[in-house]
Design a protein around this ligand. Sequence first.
Ligand SMILES: [Zn+2]
Length: 375
Amino acid sequence: MLSVFSAPARYTQGVNATVILGREMAGLGLEGPALIVAGKSAVAQLFDTWKQTLAEVGCGFRVHSFGGECTLTEISLIRRAAEALPARIIIGAGGGKALDAARATAAELSLPFVSCPTLASTDAPCSAVSIIYTEAGVVAEVRILPNNPVLVLVDTQVVVQAPPRFLISGMGDALATWFEARACAAANAKNLRGGRSTRSALALAELCYRTLLKDGAAAIEAARARRISPAFERIVEANTLLSGLGFESSGLAAAHSIHNGLTMAPQTRAFYHGEKVAFGTLVQLVMEESPLPEIEEVIGFCIQVGLPVTLAQIGLQDLPREILEKIAVRATQPGESIHNEPFEVSSAQVAAAILRADELGRSWQDRRQATSRKA
Ligand SMILES: [Zn+2]
């Protein structure tokens, strides 16, 4: 098997980065007209800047307002808008779902894709992957596209305006990266590009985890105060670039399959991707029989930054046996990344690990409450 590493052609991050979007695109040889697929708040915050920066380089554009879910229907609506223009480039601006829908459409039309995340809530922006949902909100397809974005531009002045829960959720998604990368390397499993991981991708994934531990708490404090600090910038980079390169070039494992399983329970719908992935990470570590200090480091981090460590925290208190089984069966269906773990995985084992992870999370919470009462 060959080693394969993939990444966007360029990554630009910083305060008011949108101001140079036009110049960045022109510098990469990209020409309009552009279709910008954007959510409402992205349009409200960025429309005037787009007008200015794209006019600077003579790039015409039109905005398609994103419907809110990355479904096949939404993709065909975007496609129609792009063909009507006709667009020569597609820009996605918004959260993970808006980017996924815009990116999938760009791939269908063989157009270059520019990714402008307005949240640091998932590691999707840099990747060549779109997660497509059914109208009911269940994961229908993980579509691997031929190309990564030509440009990923992250404006931290916009990212900092979002409610901190998005940044926290991004940390949950980023938390899984190192552990899934490590599992894939141990199993000699294929990454998202069908190749073997590289030392480079593993190093990025590990740096991602270290950055979360070091800067996570300070970044949330900054986000709560709507303040851009060096720690905030580093966490935005960890959630977006380090985690993005790490997962795509090393591979996914159990944590994301557990997430996919959890989407089967309607009670988890109110919770973000990264929140479910964080709990999935804990389940993965239990399945892997990781040493207790490592599991405790992860639980401690989750509690510190406000990520879920129990079933109740993702809407699954008093989980009925049949829903638990449904989750476990979905998580282990053929083709799921859980089979990248370096051992055989059964749905019974997943169900048991979910309950054990919940038990560990609850006992940690109880211990913390006891210590804070003493203090
Ligand atoms: Zn993810």
